[in-house]
Design a protein around this ligand. Structure first.
Ligand SMILES: C[S@@+](CC[C@H](N)C(=O)[O-])C[C@H]1O[C@@H](n2cnc3c(N)ncnc32)[C@H](O)[C@@H]1O
Length: 417
């Protein structure tokens, strides 16, 4: 691992804070360029990937030649990217505003256009699973066809980040394509556990009996229990650890890092404080007396699965971290035992960013960049599988495998993706 001078050459489109870049860097890829039009995300990428150039511009105005000339690479081996995905959100208003005319839904075409121009041997596209079944299931096929038109074979999989050691029940769509005849070995899961709360014991029994080689899912507490108490929010951009790591995961995230960055959360407005004090660990807005709830809750059925104002449990993986995880009203982002939202660093831990990873911009922007990212650990797992494929060590050809569009599994949560 580490920086291999001759690692495969990569360009990261829609690079954001660089979660995808980070996983590929850790696996030994050379990330030559990140492209994003968000200036603060560009600053974050630049600071954490000093060997990569950053092109801070709208992807719609660049050509493949523009990208190459920035990198100094003669060609690109693997193109990676996660176009913005709010347009496919599976949360709420889907019917009302998700449409093919939403420009955010057409960014995959930019990715496909640049794959067509630069002709990398491989590409990896990350997105929300909703992309597959958007527009009554036809959208996924259109996305695959855009790459097939350039001569690529395409396969996809929906993965749960927790199954790969990320302490989070984050489901994402991964699309891999190649113009070579090589096989792609989808990484095997390393961890196992339930998504639904009512199936925890069942899954743990199954793991112990049939899959003892898999570790249990990492939990929220594995991820953040060592971070100092901030009773009502606040905190500073730069502070100190107060304890030793309390889990193997915390030691992994800390590495050689000595200062604690971004352990900060907004101070909770009184109105939110008055609401969340009714909610204990593992509970949601349903515990809040009806007369205290904001007006909009009158329309939500008490039986629906929404996770608003929830306090996640310490003993389970976190629910999906989204761009607004600093706001307790939007999901399960209240600290399990302190009256505040997760700090930016806690979000970064839940996303598997190393503690040495610095984020730039104001706190809102940091939350957005962290929530938008591909968890570096998941990215690294995919990068390692691509390394095997590039070196021709991948065994059976699973690229030719499943092409049918998956039906979404009934999830208890997350309320947001
Ligand atoms: C989901 S985030 C990508 C996160 C990134 N893959 C990571 O792992 O950190 C999508 C990014 O696309 C960027 N973006 C959206 N539209 C864009 C455009 N037209 N040109 C360039 N970047 C764009 C957004 O600023 C955002 O940072």
């Amino acid at each position: 691992m580490g920086d291999m001078a001759d690692g495969p050459r990569t360009i990261d489109l829609f690079s954001g804070a660089g979660g995808l870049s980070e996983g590929f860097r850790q696996a030994g890829f050379r990330v030559g360029l990140g492209l994003d039009f968000d200036e603060e995300a560009c600053n974050t990428h630049a600071a954490n990937h000093p060997d990569a150039k950053v092109l801070c511009t709208d992807v719609r105005g660049v050509s493949g030649a523009d990208l190459l000339s920035e990198t100094g690479f003669g060609e690109v081996d693997v193109m990676i990217g996660g176009p913005s995905c709010q347009g496919f959100s599976t949360q709420g208003r889907r019917g009302a505003w998700a449409s093919e005319d939403d420009p955010r839904n057409l960014l995959y075409r930019e990715f496909a256009r640049l794959v067509g121009e630069l002709r990398p041997e491989w590409f990896l596209l990350e997105n929300v699973p909703g992309l597959l079944w958007f527009d009554r299931g036809s959208f996924g096929r259109r996305v695959f066809a855009a790459f097939e038109a350039h001569g690529y074979r395409v396969a996809h999989k929906i993965v749960l980040a927790a199954d790969y050691g990320v302490p989070q029940l984050r489901r994402r769509l991964l699309v891999v394509g190649t113009r070579t005849g090589a096989a792609f070995p989808w990484p095997r899961q390393t961890h196992m556990g339930a998504v639904r709360r009512d199936a925890i014991e069942l899954w743990e029994r199954r793991r112990q009996e049939k899959f003892p080689h898999l570790a249990p899912h990492r939990t929220l507490w594995d991820a953040i229990s060592d971070l100092p108490v901030l009773p009502d929010g606040g905190g500073e951009e730069e502070s100190r650890y107060r304890t030793m790591p309390q889990s193997e995961y915390q030691a992994l995230m800390r590495g050689e890092n000595s200062l604690l960055f971004d352990h900060q959360s907004p101070v909770l407005p009184q109105v939110h404080y008055d609401l969340i004090r009714h909610v204990r660990e593992g509970q949601t807005w349903r515990e809040i007396p009806v007369e205290l709830l904001p007006e909009r809750f009158a329309k939500i059925r008490r039986t629906d699965g929404t996770n608003l104002f929830a306090r996640p449990e310490r003993t389970r993986p976190s629910y999906t971290i989204i761009t607004q995880f600093g706001n307790v009203t939007t999901g399960a982002y209240t600290h399990p035992i302190q009256d505040r939202a997760f700090s930016a660093r806690e979000g970064a831990r839940i996303q598997s960013f190393p503690d040495s990873y610095r984020f730039y911009g104001n706190l809102t922007s940091k939350y957005r960049q962290i929530g938008n990212a591909v968890p570096p650990l998941l990215a690294r797992t995919m990068a390692e599988a691509l390394l095997l494929a590039i070196r021709g060590e991948s065994g059976e050809d699973v690229l030719a495998a499943k092409r049918d569009l998956l039906i979404p599994e009934q999830l208890e949560l997350p309320a947001a993706v």
